[in-house]
Design a binder for this molecule. Structure first.
Ligand SMILES: *Cc1c(COP(=O)(O)O)cnc(C)c1O
Length: 376
């Protein structure tokens, strides 16, 4: 059994993907070919945001936005401590200070009430100047933007939606990657919309920001090719990856997103009386980057994972260690107990296989083994 069945997906889409990739090789426009432009137009339309700029990966995407905003030394950027490394790494990399915020234990997303407390505290201490918030759409569920955006406005902060896991999700039919001042996503193969290598994208309605990011991503280019107006970098999406993504985006829109939601709904129906199943608040729709349940203790979680392994069912712990306890962030001076909800989640969560291509009986087998496992 596969945790995310990319092989089954390829078999289903093989004819179209092979043709698209071969076409790129024949036309030999490997960098900035027409597929890249077409993909950006289709992504912008799907998300319903004016600009989409593709780039090399989801981490670069976030860094490009923060760079364009001029975030650096002395600035504070608020990030949930329960996330993938990139969310805080990009802040630190630019010399700014990641200020970790605890999560809501129900949704695993940044807790707006704690966010506001931490902003107040940072202002009071006066050491770093609050500049931005990076809410993460963890596991595919959009963060609570209806509460986060007003807080950002109150304190004059930018909002960067880290939609690496959120692509395809929505709140009241407004799609993920459209929230805040800018949003980013990742096309890492296992994400909701993945390519066959690394890739990423930035979304924004802001014309000026979009122009700066386009320039930064191509060596700070100006009007012409060898005109450089700022210090940038090289961060582009390959034409080959864009060609693959055009095929995958079509499947994603036509049936994959529905299919992964059906698998998640099946899980929740069967498992809700046995473990804590994921909560999707009213009006929210998840793209199920992960299906993450919660056990009552680390011991029960580890036992269940072992039992699933014995019968060939892959499961994962996202994330075994919150960011504030990572060695890389030891300079921030945090210790265990600082963010109890995130720490508790790290001890008790377990993610099950979820994707659009379950084989017959696969969902059933996982559910049966989870139920047997927790009652043994
Ligand atoms: C995967 C991921 C990223 C980074 O994406 P890459 O394309 O791997 O650089 C950023 N944030 C979150 C929450 C992610 O899951």
């Amino acid at each position: 059994m596969e945790f995310r069945d990319l092989k089954a997906q390829y078999q289903k889409l093989k004819k179209d993907i092979d043709e698209a990739v071969l076409g790129v090789m024949e036309r030999a426009q490997f960098i900035s070919g027409p597929e890249v432009k077409q993909l950006e137009a289709e992504l912008a339309e799907y998300v319903d945001v004016k600009h989409c700029i593709t780039c090399a990966n989801g981490t670069d995407a976030m860094e490009l936005v923060l760079l364009a905003w001029g975030i650096g030394e002395g600035d504070a950027v608020f990030v949930p401590t329960f996330s993938f490394m990139s969310t805080a790494e990009v802040v630190a990399y630019l010399g700014a200070r990641p200020i970790f915020v605890d999560i809501d234990g129900d949704t695993y997303n940044i807790d707006p009430a704690k966010l506001e407390q931490d902003i107040e505290q940072t202002i009071k201490e006066g050491k770093y100047k609050p500049k931005a918030i990076i809410p993460v759409d963890l596991f595919g569920l959009p963060a609570d933007y209806d509460r986060i955006v007003p807080i950002a406005h109150k304190y004059g902060l930018k909002v960067l939606e880290d939609g690496a896991q959120g692509f395809g999700g929505s709140i009241n039919d407004k799609r993920a990657c459209s929230f805040g001042d800018a949003a980013t996503t990742s096309f890492f193969p296992a994400k909701p919309l993945g390519c066959y290598g690394d890739g990423g994208a930035i979304f924004t309605a802001d014309d000026e920001l979009a122009a700066i990011i386009r320039s930064l991503a191509v060596h700070g280019k100006g009007q012409e090719k060898y005109d450089n107006v700022r210090i940038g970098r090289n961060s582009r999406l390959d034409t080959m990856q864009a060609a693959v993504l055009l095929i995958k985006l079509k499947a994603f829109k036509e049936y994959e997103l529905d299919a992964v939601n059906r698998m998640a709904v099946d899980y929740t129906e069967r498992l809700k009386n046995h473990v804590s199943t994921p909560i999707v608040p009213d009006g929210f729709y998840s793209s199920w980057a992960q299906y993450t349940m919660r056990l009552e203790s680390q011991e029960l979680r580890d036992n269940l994972q072992e039992k699933l392994k014995e019968v060939g069912i892959p499961s994962m712990v996202y994330y075994p260690r919150p960011l504030h306890l990572q060695a890389a962030f030891s300079y921030c001076g945090h210790q265990e107990g600082d963010f109890p909800e995130a720490e508790e989640a790290s001890r008790c969560v377990l993610s099950l296989p979820v994707h659009a291509y379950p084989q017959s009986q696969e969902t059933h087998k996982v559910m049966k083994c989870v139920i047997d496992g927790v009652h043994q």
